[in-house]
Design a protein around this ligand. Structure first.
Ligand code: BTN
Length: 257
């Protein structure tokens, strides 16, 4: 069971995680926080669930996570300060926070895969799903869901990308409370930089993205494009260099080609 006191003694944020909801079981932490009817509105609210019965990944994929072993949680953002942010930068800030936490606590070498996966040794350790709700043209809430594989020792099923966990990479279990506190402390620090120093976020993200400059394929809706991963634009979209043009890619699954 997640030890809230232990987590609380390590987290030193002002907003993120100050309202902390713990749940043994929920359909999906993202769906719960996105739903206004659940009446959680305060900026920075975290919902951590030991088990999700309808955990969701990108593109309507199912997200499986063994009960009580990992960190499956969502962060709710409702303040105007964050809602106007470019979503890719919020994605990058989240995946970078995971990468920094894994590097700082366990010296794991991380790799970031566009748009929002964190890999270790070429295997997926964390997936991120950012969703939002709007009223008319106004974004009301943004929910960032994080599925970080921590102490799960076995993964069964068919995966797009082979999964791993901190335990599998280190050969031992780790303290989930300490890892979540480190991740949220870093996230709160980095989210401020979206305004003050977005270039640093982009640079730190690109430094960990090994596919930049490489031949890649991008698949979206059964359609595959090939080219060189040229760069990211200032909004975080992928720039794909093909024979005679540079194409901006908004969505898609990227692989080395
Ligand atoms: C992906 O890689 O496709 C994204 C996976 C995101 C999974 C997390 S687990 C917590 C949150 N709640 C969900 O239903 N999904 C996200």
């Amino acid at each position: 069971m997640f030890n809230f006191e232990s987590f609380d003694s390590k987290v030193d944020t002002e907003i993120i995680g100050r309202n902390f909801i713990y749940s043994e079981e929920v359909e999906s932490t993202n769906s719960f926080l996105l739903n206004k009817a659940n009446k959680f509105n305060s900026d920075g609210t975290i919902l951590l669930a030991e088990k999700q019965t309808k955990g969701r990944g990108r593109k309507e994929r199912v997200w499986y996570s063994a009960k009580g072993q990992n960190l499956t949680f969502s962060i709710l953002l409702t303040s105007k300060k964050y809602l106007g942010k470019k979503f890719n930068l919020l994605n990058f800030t989240t995946s970078l926070s995971v990468a920094f936490a894994l590097e700082n606590l366990y010296q794991l070498k991380t790799e970031l895969k566009w748009p929002n996966d964190v890999l270790v040794n070429g295997k997926k350790i964390c997936g991120i799903l950012l969703e939002s709700t709007s009223q008319g043209s106004k974004i009301e809430r943004v929910v960032i869901g994080v599925g970080l594989n921590v102490n799960q020792g076995l993964f069964q099923g068919n995966f797009n990308l082979e999964p791993t966990s901190v335990k599998l990479e280190l050969g031992e279990s780790v303290d989930r409370e300490k890892l979540l506190a480190e991740l949220l402390n870093t996230f709160e620090e980095l989210i401020q930089k979206i305004d003050t120093n977005p270039d640093e976020i982009m640079k730190d993200w690109k430094d960990r993205c090994n596919l930049i400059g490489e031949k890649i394929s991008v698949t979206e809706d059964g359609n595959t494009k090939y080219g060189i991963f040229d760069d990211l634009d200032e909004e975080g979209f992928l720039l794909l260099k093909t024979k005679n043009k540079i194409e901006k890619i908004h969505f898609g699954d990227v692989s080395a080609a």
